[in-house]
Design a protein around this ligand. Structure first.
Ligand SMILES: N=c1c2ncn([C@@H]3O[C@H](COP(=O)(O)OP(=O)(O)OP(=O)(O)O)[C@@H](O)[C@H]3O)c2ncn1[C@@H]1O[C@H](COP(=O)(O)O)[C@@H](O)[C@H]1O
Length: 110
């Protein structure tokens, strides 16, 4: 098992941790701490992924990428955003180049 199914199963596990004791679950600790704490942890892991990507240790990059994906899923759960809705956004972009997608975004008035 090493595809999007893994992400779906991990997201379901994270959701189930909402009702778990924070003493036994790191996920429950993060969710109890709220979206700001989850966002901070996600940011830390993202920066650690950037640092790993600057080096040549593929195993380190894989580990940091896994940490980042896990913390993104916790962040989404903290804001009650379903992973499936993120998949729908990605699916909607399929067949559209990144340049085309950027041009189609509403322009900011600020
Ligand atoms: N995939 C992960 C996962 N990846 C990273 N981490 C944790 O994320 C933390 C990040 O490391 P840090 O060194 O930044 O954390 P830290 O220093 O303890 O954090 P702070 O002191 O900064 O808060 C570590 O505690 C890791 O164990 C994860 N914790 C849980 N999972 C998955 O979530 C499931 C449920 O976990 P629990 O909720 O803990 O049972 C597990 O079975 C795993 O499948």
């Amino acid at each position: 098992m090493s595809d999007t199914n893994t992400l779906v199963q991990l997201a379901a596990l994270i959701r189930s941790r909402r009702s778990e004791s924070a003493e036994k679950s790191y996920t429950a600790q993060l969710l109890n701490a709220g979206p700001e704490r989850c966002a901070k942890k996600f940011g830390e892991e993202a920066v650690e992924t950037v640092i790993a990507a600057m080096g040549s240790d593929a195993a380190a990059l894989k580990a940091e990428a896994a940490d980042t994906l896990y913390h993104l899923l916790v962040l989404l759960e903290s804001r009650h955003v379903a992973l499936d809705d993120v998949f729908k956004v990605l699916e909607g972009r399929m067949g559209m180049s990144g340049i085309e997608e950027k041009a189609s975004r509403p322009r900011s008035t600020s």
